[in-house]
Design a protein around this ligand. Structure first.
Ligand code: SF4
Length: 288
């Protein structure tokens, strides 16, 4: 574990992924078939993505922005970050709602994006696929990487609601899973992000990610969700993925539709933050 993480820290910026055209062509074929009956995430819309959008509302990939990001975890920066428009979650407090819940940006040809990544190679430690959410854009990502000539670590920056089919494809080219683990139960997830079976799906995918790559888990503390969400998330991490690095985040602020939900219509308190930090310490969580 943590081989790539340490290689990033040491400045040896190499992906485990070894450029293999044949493999990439077969992954592209596989995902092209999935698009006809989309099951890239656990919404399992089973619609033809070439013709219509599912719950994520993504048909053609749209890039909201791409730049060298210095705001990510210290061992990952500078990170060449590619923000997709659109998401399969509808978090009522989304801090990126202006790109995740609206169609913004534009399509960049895979060849052009590959060129930009190759150009970024000299400066960036990695390529960071985020959004919104990268999952609905898997085919685009594969087409881009198939055109890249540089070997640079790949980060999957995701809500981890991917299907098992998607997780099985990611194992061939993702080095670091930079995950959001928000909720400690299904009720909160359904109420605040409009997704079903969150706990079963996201814990399953964290276990898979832990086996097949490096993992940094982000947990955004929500006001009034310390007992129902933050503590169960910490408990689960300590029991199931004990070597994962964990970023416990205090920067929540009410935005988007948060004012319609009284319990999250404020910032977190110092006490809530301290309580989770202490709780994580007692569990020997590898907090950043
Ligand atoms: S990516 Fe998920 S939400 Fe979007 S169409 Fe496919 S299964 Fe549906």
């Amino acid at each position: 574990m943590l081989e790539v993480y340490y290689s990033i820290l040491d400045g040896k910026e190499k992906s485990r992924y070894i450029k293999n055209k044949e493999l990439f062509n077969s992954l592209i074929d596989e995902v092209e078939k999935i698009y006809e009956n989309c099951q890239l995430c656990e919404h399992l819309c089973k619609i033809n993505r070439y013709k219509k959008a599912g719950k994520c509302r993504v048909i053609e990939t749209s890039i909201a922005s791409n730049f060298f990001h210095y705001g990510e975890e210290r061992m990952l920066i500078p990170s060449y970050t590619i923000f997709f428009s659109g998401c399969n979650f509808k978090c009522v407090y989304c801090q990126n709602w202006d790109i995740s819940q609206r169609h913004v940006g534009f399509y960049i040809e895979p060849e052009k994006m590959a060129e930009m990544i190759d150009d970024a190679y000299a400066k960036a430690k990695n390529v960071n696929w985020v959004g919104g959410e990268p999952t609905p854009n898997l085919l685009y990502i594969l087409r881009v990487l198939n055109k890249c000539s540089k070997n640079i670590p790949q980060i999957w920056n995701s809500n981890m609601y991917c299907s098992e089919k998607t997780m099985n494809i990611l194992k061939y080219f993702i080095d670091v899973y930079l995950t959001d683990f928000k909720y400690g139960n299904n009720e909160c997830a359904e109420k605040l992000s409009r997704v079903k079976n969150y706990w079963e799906i996201v814990t399953r995918n964290h276990k898979i990610a832990y086996r097949q790559g490096e993992i940094i888990i982000r947990h955004l503390i929500l006001p009034n969700h310390v007992e129902c969400c933050s503590k169960p998330v910490m408990d689960w991490i300590s029991e199931n993925v004990p070597h994962a690095l964990v970023n416990i985040m205090d920067q929540y602020y009410p935005t988007y539709k948060a004012n319609e939900y009284e319990e999250i219509n404020r910032r977190i308190t110092v006490e809530e933050y301290q309580e989770i930090i202490e709780y994580a310490k007692k569990l020997n969580i590898n907090a950043l």
